[in-house]
Design a binder for this molecule. Structure first.
Ligand code: HEM
Length: 498
């Protein structure tokens, strides 16, 4: 009886603290249940739809409970710039999700790290991208190699009589090849897809799991859940993926170690080579406890691979779907290409003339709204937002997906309309509310690369091919929401234009 009363007392204290102390100080939001918070809603409705609905009810600054952790979400574009850009340092932290202790030990990597570990490694990664040619012709050539391989493959298939394309798989391996060539220095072969498929499968399952309700529920108490039937299997699956991906990454790093000349002055040709040389230099100089450890290398590679592959391939898949569903848009893109390019390969030099193509890429990014819930940040000091006093260490995020579907900024937001990004002279412009890569200090590290890929693939594919539906197999465009939003499986028909 005594024990029962103690347990009852503890529960009462927990509930009092949860509902009256914590909730009272925070912006309003949907009613949370103890332990699971608002995650129960995601069991039957996708997370972005829930957040959108709550935003309409509670306003531009609101609180959602992920389990028992409150997460303040911001939906107003101007407020987002005031907070995340002008006062960026206050929101530069990352919410420490506990699964990351498995995937990325000691909060390493690029996405979930913080402080000088994050800053130095982010700066280093951006520098390596630049050294590998981003912003110059060299990176364009890398990307165009994969664009050309895809075009040649598609033409070969057409000549062989293929009438139905599972084109996502082709976009997927092309984008996978680019990030693999940047990180590890080699492309994936279409003749032997086993290696790509293996790495991709693990990355995909991580992304899927990352968006699932199981993840949200198990997150905080995985030590407990790992012993419970049903959850135990999920836990084991995650451990297996981690082991398989680590094996993939270790193999790559080991191969580099075997062949590398750490003393050579030659410019590195991939990220791992650049990293190992930099690490060697710091070690040789006797720099103690530098942030370029072996663990950091693995976690950074995991982040570059997962964040750099699926995002871009899925956006391109949506672009193909939208132009099939909107044949007049496809025609306008192609007319523009006929006027300014002809049958050759499109390059960045053409970008300035291809206003409608640029607008089509922008509108595809907006409408596909790839990231249903942004990667959570953390306040690094006490802040005040619209009268709410938000303490240091609060989980907070700029909800880019509600901004990009907001009727205040994009009237008729659910329709595909590239013209919204053309001014009265037909010139492309990108309004500040178009923020697929987020904004501020933690905005996407791969934005430059992704923009390059999106433009070169879109322009060249639309220039070379006409895309359509396969008779009897309509493309539903159904949105499958996990950590990103992917289209339901689809196939298309393709014909050559030139
Ligand atoms: C269409 C493609 C892409 C989209 C829509 C996208 C979107 C995003 C978003 C929304 C974030 C979170 C920003 C925030 O926390 O506020 C992010 C972070 C990140 N992205 Fe991307 N991304 C794309 C492609 C890429 C590529 C190609 C790479 C790498 C090669 C990449 C690497 C990263 C990394 C490392 C971060 C973490 C940045 C940090 O915390 O400092 N992404 N991305």
């Amino acid at each position: 009886m005594g024990l029962f009363l103690v347990v009852l007392g503890l529960i009462a204290v927990y509930l009092f603290h949860f509902y009256f102390i914590r909730r009272r100080q925070l912006p309003p939001g949907p009613f949370p249940f103890p332990f699971i918070g608002n995650t129960y809603s995601f069991a039957h409705t996708p997370i972005d739809t829930c957040v959108q609905k709550w935003k309409d009810e509670y306003g531009d600054v609101m609180t959602v409970f992920m389990g028992h952790v409150p997460m303040v979400t911001i939906h107003d574009s101007k407020l987002i710039y005031d907070m995340f850009v002008k006062d960026g340092d206050a929101y530069i932290g990352r919410a420490q999700q506990r699964w990351n202790e498995i995937f990325r030990p000691a909060h390493t990597g690029l996405i979930f790290s913080e402080g000088s570990l994050w800053r130095d490694n982010r700066r280093f990664a951006l520098q390596v991208f630049r050294n590998l040619g981003l912003g110059r012709n060299i990176m364009q050539e890398r990307v165009l190699d994969d664009v050309t391989l895809l075009i040649d493959f598609t033409k070969k298939e057409l000549n062989a009589g293929t009438t139905e394309f599972n084109f996502f798989d082709e976009l997927d391996i092309s984008v996978g090849s680019i990030i693999n060539s940047i990180t590890f220095g080699y492309r994936f072969s279409r003749d032997n897809r086993t290696e790509f498929i293996k790495a991709k499968k693990i990355a995909t399952e991580q992304v899927l799991f990352g968006g699932s309700i199981l993840y949200r529920t198990m997150e905080e108490h995985r030590e407990l859940f790992r012993y419970l039937p049903f959850f135990r299997d999920t836990y084991q699956m995650i451990m297996n993926h981690t082991a398989e991906f680590t094996e993939f990454l270790s193999g790559q790093v080991a191969t580099h170690r075997k062949n590398i000349d750490l003393e050579s002055d030659e410019e590195p040709t991939d990220y791992v080579e650049a990293y190992l040389k930099h690490q060697h230099k710091l070690d040789k100089e006797g720099v103690k406890d530098h942030p370029f450890s072996e663990t950091q290398l693995y976690s950074g590679l995991l982040d570059l691979w997962v964040a750099g592959q699926e995002t871009t391939a899925t956006t391109l898949a949506w672009m193909v779907i939208y132009i099939i569903q909107n044949p007049e848009v496809q025609k306008k893109c192609q007319a523009e290409m006929d006027e300014f390019v002809g049958d050759r390969i499109v390059t960045l030099d053409d970008k300035v003339n291809l206003n409608y193509v640029n607008a089509t890429v922008a509108e595809s990014q907006r409408l596909c709204n790839l990231v249903p819930i942004n990667v959570p940040h953390r306040t690094t000091r006490d802040v005040e937002i619209r009268g709410y006093k938000i303490p240091k260490h609060t989980v907070i995020l700029n909800q880019i997906s509600t901004v990009m579907y907001d009727e205040r900024y994009f009237p008729g937001a659910k329709t595909f309309k590239p013209e919204r990004f053309l001014d009265e002279k037909g010139k492309f412009f990108a309004p500040p509310e178009l923020m697929p890569f987020s904004v501020g200090k933690r905005a996407c590290l791969g934005e430059g690369l992704a923009r390059l890929e999106l433009f070169l693939f879109t322009a060249n594919l639309l220039n070379q091919f006409k895309f359509g539906e396969v008779p009897g197999k309509p493309i539903t465009g159904e949105r499958i929401v996990s950590a990103t939003t992917a289209p339901a499986p689809w196939v298309c028909s393709i014909s050559v234009r030139h």
